[in-house]
Unconditional design. Sequence first.
Length: 81
Amino acid sequence: MTTRATLDRIEEDVAVLVVDGRQVTRPLSELPAGVREGDVLDLDTLEVDPEATEALRKEVRRAREKATRGKKPPPAGNFDL
């Protein structure tokens, strides 16, 4: 069984990964060049799994579309809070 992690964020030279709902860190230098937030990695090889990454991105897009469906877009332009 392959263990997968999602790259949650990059903080300077540290990668924050989510594995089974837990955050773990790895030096960014251990990950493949060009890795991006949202990429899914195989923890055994530390390589990006392109199919799993694309599936996750599609799932996030669908969830975002569902969450914003029927809502008015935010106002454009400058405004004070």
